[in-house]
Ligand binder design. Structure first.
Ligand SMILES: [Zn+2]
Ligand SMILES: [Zn+2]
Length: 254
């Protein structure tokens, strides 16, 4: 069967932890649906790409590398106003963001958005055609992954967790067209990955092989890795044919 691409995902920030000279922190955008995955520092790149009259920002969790870009929304919406912005996340994380990130001592203006609670395992729909299944991920403080299905395409976003081929999220994500999976560490740094609640290359490859996506891109990359091989991709190649390391400003068709 010839596969025809129908959706586009823009990588606005592919680093974990802090930005580097070439990578902003976690943020991905699906312009056709107005869906933003995480609000890291890459969110400042949004304005010229917006195609809808609304934005739906899905937060995996509230560690700073995934939410600092919420404070950039004033400038994003000044440049490209939309009718409605909804921020979706775990209730405790949304409460923490409102109380701490948007406290007057940290940021001067309250954020004029709708805050929507999500619960792992409770699916919801966005717009006319996107069905979102949030699922819990092991990570300090907890994290949430997302499977999103459109009539013609599907994807899973798995960030900030320790990859495991036997994890509960594997059957949920199985068979998607596009898998974004975090890979913050090299195989040789697995001890660090476990200690910090992140993933290393071989674990991710084994897990992605079990998920069996049509294409897999590694994200949440270590900002200290500045070469063109930030994860030691040779460790993953034996497990998967279609796998790559995502770059900032890359557009993935799926
Ligand atoms: Zn992170
Ligand atoms: Zn985190």
């Amino acid at each position: 069967m010839v596969y025809s691409a129908s959706m586009k995902l823009h990588c606005l920030g592919t680093a974990g932890y802090h930005p580097s000279e070439t990578r902003q922190t976690s943020c991905y955008f699906l312009p056709e649906s107005g869906i933003v995955l995480d609000a890291g520092s890459g969110l400042f790149r949004l304005p010229s790409l917006i195609q809808t009259d609304h934005l739906d920002i899905l937060l995996s969790h509230s560690h700073l590398d995934h939410i600092c870009g919420l404070t950039f929304l004033l400038s994003v919406l000044y440049q490209h106003p939309v009718q409605r912005v909804r921020v979706w996340g775990d209730e405790a994380k949304l409460t923490a963001i409102k109380k701490h990130l948007f406290c007057e001592s940290i940021f001067p203006v309250p954020l004029d958005v709708q805050w929507n609670r999500i619960v792992p395992g409770e699916a919801f729909s966005l717009g006319n055609d996107a069905n979102v299944v949030p699922f819990a991920l092991p990570h300090p403080g907890g994290s949430i992954g997302f499977r999103i299905d459109w009539p013609s395409a599907s994807m899973a976003y798995v960030t900030d967790t320790t990859a495991d081929p036997k994890a509960d999220y594997v059957p949920i994500a199985r068979g998607v067209d596009l898998l974004l999976h975090e890979c913050n560490f090299r195989t040789s740094q697995d001890e660090w990955a476990i200690k910090t609640g992140h993933s290393s290359t071989r674990r991710v490859a084994e897990t992605a092989a079990a998920i069996d996506a049509k294409q897999t891109w590694l994200v949440h990359l270590n900002p200290l890795e500045t070469t063109d091989d930030p994860v030691g991709i040779a460790d993953a190649k034996p497990y998967l044919s279609k796998i790559g390391v995502a770059q900032d400003l890359q557009v993935i068709d799926f």
